[in-house]
Ligand binder design. Structure first.
Ligand code: KIV
Length: 299
């Protein structure tokens, strides 16, 4: 191939190669401007279907349509220059069969220009992961608590809290790694189990509520910024963005009501205008003073 790839963006294999090289840093991102900021600090950005809950007010991620993921995926790819952008496949867009998954994942890749997709599920998705990877679609897997299955699990519950549950989750991790996933999200699982899985498989484990024993960490951006009204136990709030927004909006409302805003500094001054009246120059005089057009500068 003679065309040089000028893209500086990380690709899925770059993330895989980071296993054992120090923690991988990731956040969710849903729009261009925050993606541009996170891009400076993160190795990958996930356009998570959590956007349905944190941005669109759904109670779970189940109602999120593919079109919404594509729209936010495009925005994040436009904002990020270096980080790998991974887009979540929403509920109902990949479970039916590997070929349905391929059709929808290919659409996501083509329409957003993202570098990979993520799908939830362990052994039940291993065949689909293999099918997608063999056809050119890098896949990040997601096991442990899989929020799209909330109606079956019976809530957003931590997994692997008893040792009997460990074998099934460890097996999920092995099967998605063997199927060709380039990394796997471990959500809401206990530390000893996360440590065992991280040791057992050769792809990076990305923890969310899964302890420091993972190869990388991800959080939902709105949660860590302190913007979400309620957050799970595993979230550390690194900012007070919700309070900052409320303070700013309260001050704005007060200033508008008291007419302290806007001031002349916030309005446009008039442009100086020539005094109105009849021109003393006749149209023929104007024509006579115009320079003839030349065809070239040397003319
Ligand atoms: O949708 C999402 O934000 C996710 C993260 C919780 C990993 O899948």
């Amino acid at each position: 191939m003679s065309v040089h790839n000028s893209r500086k963006r990380l690709l899925a294999p770059d993330i895989t190669a980071m296993k054992g090289q120090g923690p991988i840093v990731a956040l969710t991102a849903y729009h261009a401007h925050t993606a541009a900021i996170a891009d400076r600090y993160c190795d990958f950005l996930l356009v998570g279907d959590s956007l349905g809950m944190v941005m669109h007010g759904f109670e779970t991620t189940v109602p999120v349509p593919l079109e919404l993921m594509i729209m936010h995926g495009r925005a994040v790819v436009r904002g990020a220059k270096r980080a790998l952008v991974v887009v979540d496949m929403p509920f109902g867009s990949y479970e039916e069969s590997p070929s349905v998954a391929f059709r929808n994942a290919a659409r996501v890749m083509k329409e957003t220009d993202c570098g990979a997709v993520k799908i939830e599920g362990g052994r039940r998705m291993a065949e689909t992961i293999r099918y997608l990877v063999e056809r050119g679609i890098p896949v990040m897997a997601h096991i442990g608590l899989t929020p799209q299955s909330v109606n079956v699990i019976g809530g957003f519950k931590a997994q692997g809290r008893t040792t009997e549950q460990w074998a099934a989750i460890e097996e999920d991790a092995r099967l998605v790694a063997d199927a060709g996933a380039f990394a796997v999200v471990l959500e809401a699982i206990t530390q000893p189990l996360a440590a065992r899985i991280t040791e057992a498989i050769n792809i990076p484990t990305i923890g969310i509520g899964a302890s420091e024993s993972c190869d990388g960490q991800i959080l939902v951006m709105e949660d860590m910024l302190g913007l979400s009204p309620q957050v799970p136990r595993f979230v550390k709030k690194f900012g007070k963005v919700g309070e900052a927004i409320e303070d700013a909006i309260q001050s704005y409302a007060e200033d508008v009501r008291s007419r302290a805003f806007p001031t002349p500094d916030h309005t446009y001054p008039m442009k100086a205008e020539a005094p109105k009246g009849r021109s003393r120059v006749s149209p023929s005089q104007v024509r006579a003073t115009k320079k003839p057009k030349t065809l070239s500068s040397k003319g």
